[in-house]
Design a protein around this ligand. Structure first.
Ligand SMILES: Nc1ncnc2c1ncn2[C@@H]1O[C@H](COP(=O)(O)OP(=O)(O)OP(=O)(O)O)[C@@H](O)[C@H]1O
Ligand SMILES: [Mg+2]
Length: 320
């Protein structure tokens, strides 16, 4: 299955401040804040929705193509993704720009002061599904990136007749109700968490049933409560896979999508697709960062079978 992932591509710079921001913010000087925090820890992580989803797909033996824009600082990230089996030929470098960067400083109380610089991501709007070389994609995933780009990918996919999974998540707050409605109405599928599902209803004015009728399948993830898949008039409840430890939830939703889409591309039934998402999400939860976890397909399949019965279907991932 030829799978194209669109969505942000970013670096996360995460700092820790060994004190409390509140001790340094002077309420009577709020109109002239000038603060610099000496931090005692910093990590730079590979992030962004499209590579996060791609990473899980690659761990599970898929070779998705990412369509997106990056800056001149992307070289090592590209090499790393290629090394995992991700096709980066759709990632364009914008001269003189930085890759989108998230800078966050967290204090001892978990308060956060952060900035997100879109950089090259603002150029996603210039990319076109029509420019992709090779066979027509079987599925395009439209995930959060520049809102204008998301709108144009929806239009293009509809015009070109390419099925797409609509994954607007964080950018729901930046899209008009009309744009969200157009995105949902032309989609093969919608994937959101339960809060986002309520936002979609509010912004489009559509009822849950209307939304369900628009798409072939709807996936609603519910954090620790698992996920629900609505497809072909049925409802499938997908439980979580209990994590061995909960280290960091960043990227858990993206990992779920990567696992789900692996099952989908192998033509597995809805329940198995959801269960594949649940286990991929749990692996992500157990390490720090969205792309720090690792497993072989054999390890994944063996852990899967501790929790679910696949009747040998996961053999399609390899000879297991
Ligand atoms: N605490 C948990 N324990 C086990 N599995 C979890 C936990 N939290 C989330 N998951 C799994 O991850 C899936 C997606 O989680 P969630 O609904 O929180 O996504 P999200 O809100 O989109 O997350 P993100 O912060 O990545 O955007 C869930 O359906 C579930 O399978
Ligand atoms: Mg999410």
């Amino acid at each position: 299955m030829r799978l194209i992932l669109t969505g942000s591509i970013a670096y996360d710079y995460l700092m820790t401040f060994p004190g409390y921001f509140r001790d340094h913010i002077l309420p009577d000087k709020l109109d002239s804040i000038s603060l610099s925090f000496l931090v005692d820890g910093m990590v730079k992580r590979r992030g962004g929705v499209a590579p996060n989803i791609a990473y899980t797909l690659a761990l599970l033996g898929q070779h998705p193509l990412i369509l997106g824009s990056v800056g001149e600082d992307f070289g090592d990230y590209r090499a790393w993704l290629e090394g995992q089996g991700v096709d980066t030929s759709g990632i364009r470098v914008i001269p003189g720009e930085f890759t989108a960067s998230f800078f966050a400083n967290t204090d001892r109380d978990n308060n956060q002061i952060a900035s997100f610089y879109p950089g090259a991501m603002a150029f996603d709007v210039q990319l076109s599904l029509g420019d992709l070389e090779g066979d027509c994609p079987d599925l395009v995933v439209i995930s959060p990136t520049d809102p204008g780009a998301m709108i144009s990918y929806v239009e293009e996919a509809q015009t070109l007749g390419i099925p797409y999974l609509y994954d607007p998540s964080q950018q729901l707050v930046r899209l008009d109700g009309e744009d969200v409605r157009r995105g949902v109405e032309g989609a093969l599928a919608l994937c959101v968490n339960d809060y986002e599902f309520s936002l979609v209803q509010k912004s489009t004015g559509m009822s849950p049933l209307e939304i369900r009728r628009c798409v072939r399948f709807l996936v609603v993830t519910r954090g620790e409560q698992g996920a629900t898949i609505y497809a072909e008039g049925e409802e499938y409840r997908i439980p979580i896979v209990p994590p061995r430890s909960v280290v960091d939830p960043t990227g858990v939703g993206d990992a779920f999508r990567g696992g789900f889409l692996t099952g989908y591309s192998h033509g597995l039934d809805w329940e198995l697709c959801g269960q594949m998402g649940a286990l991929a999400a749990t692996y992500c939860l157990e390490t720090d960062g969205p792309q720090s976890h690792y497993y072989t397909v054999a390890e994944y399949v063996s852990r899967f079978r501790e929790h679910f019965d696949d009747d040998g279907e996961l053999g399609k991932l390899g000879n297991w």
